[in-house]
Every structure is written in structure tokens, then in C-alpha cells.
Design a protein around this ligand. Structure first.
Ligand code: UD1
Length: 354
């Protein structure tokens, strides 16, 4: 069996790592195509190196642009790639522009498409990620759902017949890396002279939080006035928008820092007093590490983290300030994100349906 995986943005490289390992273990031919959506080394190369993926087989070098320009450039380039490789499956990941471009290209060429992390919904039609998910799920032939909630969303949309509940591959990576980093010090903590449990870790990058200067200024002010140092791992989007609007990312409690490689991120998160983020992946990683999370959004796809008390949605500056200092939630053994063996199930499912 031959699988072509198409990835392009940071969270997809994390999901690719366990899939690549599981494909190798099963002797499945696995071709990796990098669209080039993320090109900064700290958003891209470092994940390939550190998570043992090796280099992508093909790099399309698409780069940045408006949604239409970026997605269109990927579409145009992917037709030729799929035609040449004619895989049994094109595997697409998550909800980025790279996901929808690859799904659309493959489906038009009548090549079976599987969507990993299918069925997530924010029900917020203003998010680019929501369009990408819905369009990809309805185009794909096989929907690999990470959770029961995701499965149920797909069933509600009439897609249960194409869906398999496999678990969340991000749990696979997290469990592995957590055991590797739990005994070694965090470089970030040492570098910034922080004290374990006495700092917050923050990431803000979503268009709805960064692109409107008033919104961005409100979030930055809320973080700057927290009671402990706040290390902001600054994605290029927030750096560019803050610079364009004269917003200081180092005021008050804020310390701006470059994004971290995966193991360092986990090491820093697990020693923090809490995480403040608008990332999907980090909400779940915080939950799996049992670190309280505050999510700067009006809704989340990972509703289990909220239902279990480990994640609080906070939108205004006041809500952020209150949520971050809330008491630690009650412990739980609940495992809505699977057992850490999802990638093996993905490969078995693809083999069973090829
Ligand atoms: C993308 C995904 C988002 C995911 C995120 C993870 C879409 C619509 N969004 O958002 O779902 O959570 O990745 O990081 O696909 N830029 C750089 N260097 C890079 C990459 C981007 O400077 O390596 C700049 C670009 O100039 C661009 C901005 O960052 O203006 C945003 O990049 P883009 O790929 O459009 O979306 P992300 O915000 O990264």
C-alpha cells in the first residue's frame, strides 16, 4: 500500500510523526509532501528533525498569501504530484489551507482521500479552519475521528458511514515525549531564569485574535497584567501584527520568546502554572499534562477539556484575568483523547479499506 501524506503547517508535522512511524512499522510506503505553508525553521524543519520524521520527500514551496492565493497555489502543484504517485490513499491532516487543497485535488483525480482529525467543529463560520474542516470532511472518502464527540458531529452531518473512531494521534506523540522530557530541565526555564510553577505559558496566533488591532491590544494588555511572568511564544503572525500596530509584546508581565520545538514546548508547559492559548493542540496537551488551560476564544472544538474542568474559555480581558488565577480543577482519569495508540489504528484502517 502507498500513502501520500500532505502537510504544511506546524500542528500537522506533530500529527505526521506517529503516522510516519506506524507506516514504517507496517512496511507501508509513505510519501511525505510539504506544501511550504509554514517555512520558518522553528515552525517547520525543527519538527521534522526532532520528531524523527526525516526530510519531506517533496517540498512545494508555496509560502504565504491570501487564503485564495495560498490554497490555489497548492491545488495547482498537487495535481501533478498525485498524478505521478497514484497512491492508494492521500492522507490529509487537521484543518489548514494545506488540508483542504490536498483533499480537493485528490478527490477530483478520483484518488481516495482520508481525513485525519475529522469531525472537529467550532460552529464558528468566521474561522478559516472551520471552512477547511467542513469542506474536507464532506469531500473525503474516509473520516478518521479522534473522539466520540467528533464522530457524533460527522453522524449528524450524515457522514457516519464513512467514519472510523481511531483516537487522537496527538496523544501518541505527547505520551512519548512527556516521558522523555519529564526528568530533564526545561531550557526555557533556565534561559529566562524562571521558577517552576511560577510562570504562565502563552500562545496567541489565530486570525480572529491577531488581525484586529483592538482585539490584539486587549489580549496583550490582559496577559501583561497577570500575577506571574507570562512567556509568550510568539508565532510570526502575532509578531507581524503587533509590529504593524505598535503593540508592545514585552510590557508588564510579558516576555516574548520565539516559538519552541515540540519537546521543549512540552517541557515548558508541564512546569508552568498554567497555559493561556488560542491553539487547538495546546489546549489538549495542557489537559493531558493536567496543567490548567485558559483558552482565548469564544468556543473550542475540544469540548472535553472544558467539560472536565481543565480548560476555561475566556474572551474579554476580565475573563482572562479571572480564569487564569482560578483554583486547580479536580483530578480526573477520563481519557477522551485515546490511549496513545491511534496512529497504529489509522494505518490498519487504511490497509483494511485500500
Ligand atoms: C495556520 C493554520 C492554523 C494553524 C496554524 C498553526 C490555516 C488557515 N491556518 O495558521 O489552523 O493553527 O497554522 O501555526 O491554514 N508566516 C511566517 N512564517 C511561516 C508561516 C507563516 O512568517 O513559516 C506568516 C505569514 O506571512 C502569514 C502568517 O504568518 O501572514 C500566517 O500564516 P498562515 O499559514 O496563513 O496561517 P497561520 O496563522 O500560521
Amino acid at each position: 500500500m502507498k500513502i501520500v501524506s500532505v502537510v504544511g503547517a506546524r500542528p500537522q508535522f506533530v500529527k505526521l510523526a506517529p503516522i510516519h512511524a506506524a507506516a514504517k512499522a507496517a512496511n507501508v510506503e509513505h510519501v511525505i509532501v510539504h506544501t511550504g505553508q509554514h517555512y520558518d525553521p522553528m515552525l517547520s524543519d525543527v519538527f521534522f528533525d526532532e520528531l524523527g520524521i526525516g526530510a519531506p520527500d517533496l517540498h512545494l514551496g508555496v509560502g504565504s498569501g491570501s487564503h485564495g492565493v495560498q490554497t490555489g497555489a497548492m491545488l495547482a502543484a498537487l495535481d501533478g504530484v498525485f498524478d505521478e504517485h497514484l497512491p492508494d490513499w492521500v492522507l490529509v491532516y487537521g484543518d489548514t489551507n494545506s488540508t483542504v487543497a490536498a483533499a480537493l485535488s485528490a478527490v477530483k483525480l478520483h484518488i481516495p482521500v482520508a481525513h485525519l482529525e475529522a469531525g472537529l467543529r467550532s460552529f464558528n463560520r468566521r474561522m478559516p479552519e472551520e471552512h477547511n474542516r467542513v469542506l474536507t470532511d464532506h469531500a473525503a472518502d474516509l473520516l478518521l475521528a479522534p473522539t466520540q464527540v467528533a464522530f457524533d458531529h460527522l453522524a449528524d452531518e450524515g457522514l457516519a458511514g464513512r467514519t472510523v473512531l481511531v483516537g487522537d494521534v496527538m496523544t501518541d506523540v505527547l505520551f512519548q515525549v512527556r516521558s522523555e522530557v519529564s526528568d530533564r530541565p526545561s531550557k526555557l526555564v533556565d534561559e529566562l531564569g524562571l521558577e517552576a510553577r511560577n510562570y504562565y505559558l502563552a500562545t496567541i496566533h489565530r486570525a480572529e485574535n491577531t488581525d484586529d488591532p483592538e482585539r490584539l491590544a486587549e489580549i496583550v494588555a490582559a496577559l501583561a497584567s497577570l500575577d506571574k511572568p507570562v512567556v509568550l511564544l510568539a508565532h510570526p503572525r502575532i509578531v507581524a501584527k503587533a509590529a504593524a500596530h505598535g503593540i508592545d509584546l514585552t510590557s508588564g508581565a510579558l516576555i516574548a520568546h520565539a516559538p519552541l520545538a515540540y519537546a521543549e514546548l512540552i517541557a515548558a508547559a508541564m512546569r508552568s502554572a498554567g497555559v493561556v492559548t488560542d491553539s487547538g493542540g495546546l489546549q489538549k496537551e495542557a489537559f493531558l499534562l493536567r496543567i490548567p488551560c485558559t483558552t482565548v476564544r469564544t468556543e473550542t472544538e475540544w469540548v472535553e477539556t472544558v467539560d472536565l474542568g481543565w480548560n476555561v474559555l475566556a474572551n474579554t480581558a476580565d475573563e482572562i484575568a479571572t480564569a487564569v488565577v482560578r483554583p486547580r480543577p479536580a483530578d480526573t482519569d477520563s481519557a477522551p483523547y485515546g490511549d496513545g495508540h491511534a496512529a497504529g489504528r489509522v494505518i490498519e484502517t487504511l490497509q483494511g479499506k485500500a
